[in-house]
Design a protein around this ligand. Structure first.
Ligand code: SF4
Ligand code: SF4
Length: 247
């Protein structure tokens, strides 16, 4: 039976329950084809106490979108476990507090539109009813909005929306395939944050930009601020969007 997409609103009751008692427990973590966002990588590697390069090398694989040339970072399949997530255990997710946005959202799909005038984001949701998932049909008092709060997914969504903004910029300004060195810059500044920071502070990588002291101070020890900066820098260096150094 194919999967079904059922549109829902914030007020729809979320009649869904994922539990270790379900016969499908962990099945959704055993057959992965899961792309990771820069913020997913940031949270996961910090949770594991790893620098970005080590995390990316050990747990992810990289390929490029055939038409866009954009880097696509995915969990690396473990040859011993087929396509299982490297973090699934018999007891469940071993990185639950810092699991990726897609794991938090499942079985909801989320789409956004952004107003060109105000920048305001509108969200749309649908339930993906997949036959293998036995969580559907359970009675629940939680609405979709309450369920999303329970999944603690808002920060992930806000951070990932910044990536979507950058991708839609690319689609508008540079609709073709990114060149190799353009894709490398995208990957460096969004995924390999420790290397990006090293190049800025130890190799004068962005010397020509004459970054104000306040910005350098901000990105020196704060990964979230560095990721925001990386997104702005990619917008500037690849798509010509001026960088603002205001607070
Ligand atoms: S398949 Fe569905 S119910 Fe089963 S563990 Fe995954 S999310 Fe939970
Ligand atoms: S990160 Fe956790 S929830 Fe997500 S696929 Fe891996 S084990 Fe499952």
């Amino acid at each position: 039976m194919p999967e079904e997409m059922v549109p829902v609103t914030f007020d729809t009751l979320m009649n869904f329950r994922c539990s270790p008692e379900n016969e499908c427990f962990n099945d959704c973590c055993r057959d992965l084809n899961q792309a990771l966002t820069p913020y997913d990588v940031l949270r996961l590697r910090k949770s594991l106490g790893m620098i970005s390069q080590d995390f990316l090398k050990k747990y992810t694989s990289l390929h490029h979108g055939p038409k866009s040339g954009l880097p696509v970072v995915e969990f690396k399949p473990n040859p011993e476990t087929g396509h299982a997530c490297p973090f699934v255990t018999p007891e469940g997710c071993s990185v639950y507090k810092d699991r990726p946005a897609s794991c938090r959202m499942y079985p909801l799909a989320r789409a956004i539109t952004r107003s060109r005038e105000t920048g305001e984001v509108s969200e749309f949701f649908a339930l993906i009813e997949e036959p293998h998932c036995k969580g559907f049909g359970a009675k629940s008092d939680l609405t979709v909005q309450e369920w999303l709060k329970d999944q603690d997914v808002q920060t992930h969504n806000e951070e990932n929306d910044k990536l979507m903004g950058l991708i839609s910029l690319k689609n508008r300004i540079l609709p073709g395939k990114l060149e190799g060195n353009q894709a490398d810059k995208f990957y460096l500044a969004l995924y390999d944050l420790d290397e990006f920071r090293f190049l800025i502070f130890n190799k004068n990588f962005l010397e020509a930009l004459k970054l104000p002291e306040s910005i350098l101070e901000k990105i020196k020890g704060n990964d979230e601020a560095l990721l925001d900066f990386g997104i702005a820098w990619v917008g500037f260096v690849l798509f010509g969007i001026p960088m603002s150094f205001g607070d």
